[in-house]
Ligand binder design. Structure first.
Ligand SMILES: [Zn+2]
Length: 457
């Protein structure tokens, strides 16, 4: 039997310029969630687009902006893949830093420049074109597909968890795949198996009712900056260990295949340090680079404010100070539980300090590299791009993948199509024409490999 993927990939190659033209049309429609610009228009446009290629599509209401859902479930016995993306984009400011206007897509030096091209329109549009290409060439899809496009990712996905809990019946799948974010900095194709969670909080300390003279009151009136410095000193030591009571409970050491995967990730440590003007990495000095990013939580002081910072000196004893922090969480750490531990720690070590949590945070997520879907995904990358993908046990930032792993209970994979220097969220966001084209090919190959899985096993 001939390989049904080959004519699909041929079709994608012959349509390369036409697909690019259609992406350019799509990018002309702004859909800025933070400013509520164009969201419903682009949602409606997508429903029409998906219906046009043969999917059963709808705009599904959520507590916020609607979800676009497209489904095709005519392959009984085959796996169902949930393809996630988001149709909202970041605001375009600062406009004067853009070489060409953000919603007038422009090609320069093999790259397409436009707001949302990498994050995430170019990536989910590649998935849509992959679906269209299979349907056009073979009249069918190799596996069942649910396409879920969110309209609030760029404002922190505030409603997707509740939507998934309420609409499980709309999202019943065997695995989820998200094409978002950049590839590895080396340019190699990448599969990510998880993401770190995050929580943010603020610590505030106030002693006297007003600033006082450091001579007339020093030694009598306590200093809130010292109070916070001492408290922070109990939370992380100079060796780099986070010492919040109970913080590290339940953290599992990485699995052997995860350690093997990070060992294969390319790294030019000297270039990295040089690029940032660093003379050393954060403590502890001997911890391997990717182990820090994939398997370890962090406690970051984002800002520390208080007292006098103006010219010269001012012998003042300030009356208040505050510090903002975030914590990146790894699998096994729950944002609410960790926040409670921070609160208990503060209560024990500095009961006069107030803790204000900004939000409930985002859960971490992890899918084992040993998943049965890893092999077909790798084969798909090789078929589409001619290269083995790098396997990253965790993305370093935070994505709402816990919605798939923890709420829907399915393995979740991230297969980024954008170039590592896509400048997402920044002026001159771009995607290389090659990355977009390879994205369509990869999307098509992934569907094919998932469809072949049932026959193989
Ligand atoms: Zn983004």
């Amino acid at each position: 039997m001939t390989n049904p993927l080959a004519p699909v990939l041929d079709h994608i190659d012959t349509q390369r310029d036409a697909f690019l033209g259609r992406l350019i049309d799509y990018l002309r429609h702004p859909s800025i969630s933070a400013e509520n610009i164009g969201i419903n228009e682009v949602g409606t446009l997508l429903v029409e687009m998906l219906t046009g290629i043969g999917l059963d599509a709808q705009l599904a209401p959520s507590e916020g902006h609607p979800m676009v859902i497209g489904r095709w479930e005519k392959a009984p016995g085959k796996p169902t893949v949930l393809l996630y993306g988001h149709y909202d984009v970041q605001p375009a400011d600062p406009l004067d830093k853009w070489v060409s206007p953000p919603f007038e897509p422009t090609i320069r030096d093999g790259r397409l420049y436009a707001r949302g091209v990498g994050d995430n329109k170019g990536q989910h549009f590649a998935q849509i074109l992959a679906l269209e290409s299979h349907l056009k060439v073979n009249g069918t899809l190799p596996c069942n597909v649910i396409l879920l496009l969110e309209g609030e990712e760029e404002i922190g996905s505030p409603h997707i968890a509740a939507f998934a809990r309420k609409n499980r019946h709309l999202l019943e799948a065997d695995l989820s795949i998200t094409a978002d974010g950049p590839r590895h900095a080396s340019g190699a194709p990448t599969i990510k198996f998880g993401s770190r969670g995050v929580i943010s909080f603020e610590l505030r300390c106030r002693h006297a009712s007003r600033d006082v003279h450091s001579g007339n009151f020093g030694g009598v009136v306590p200093n809130p900056i010292w109070t916070l410095v001492h408290l922070l000193g109990t939370m992380k030591n100079a060796e780099g260990e986070i010492t919040i009571d109970g913080f590290n409970d339940g953290i599992e050491p990485p699995a052997a295949e995860e350690l093997a995967a990070v060992e294969r990730l390319p790294l030019d440590l000297e270039a990295f340090k040089q690029g940032l003007g660093l003379s050393r990495l954060d403590a502890p000095a001997d911890r391997p680079f990717y182990e820090r990013l994939c398997f370890r939580p962090t406690l970051t002081i984002n800002g520390f404010h208080g007292g006098y910072g103006g010219p010269g000196s001012k012998t003042v004893l300030p009356n208040e100070a505050f510090v903002k922090c975030d914590i990146r969480l790894v699998e096994a750490q729950d944002p609410v539980d960790i926040l409670n531990k921070v609160r208990a720690h503060v209560g024990k070590h500095a009961p006069e300090v107030e803790l204000i949590a900004e939000e409930n945070g985002m859960q971490p997520s992890k899918t084992p590299i040993a998943s049965p879907y890893t092999a077909p995904l790798r084969r798909a990358f090789v078929a589409a791009q001619g290269r083995e993908p790098l396997l990253m046990p965790a993305g370093f930032g935070s994505l709402p993948n816990y919605v798939f792993t923890k709420i829907l209970g399915i393995p979740a994979f991230v297969t980024p199509y954008a170039n590592h220097d896509e400048a997402n969220h920044a002026p001159n966001e771009n995607m290389t024409l090659d990355c977009f084209h390879e994205g369509v090919r990869t999307g098509a190959a992934v569907l094919h490999e998932l469809g072949a899985l049932a026959e193989r096993d």
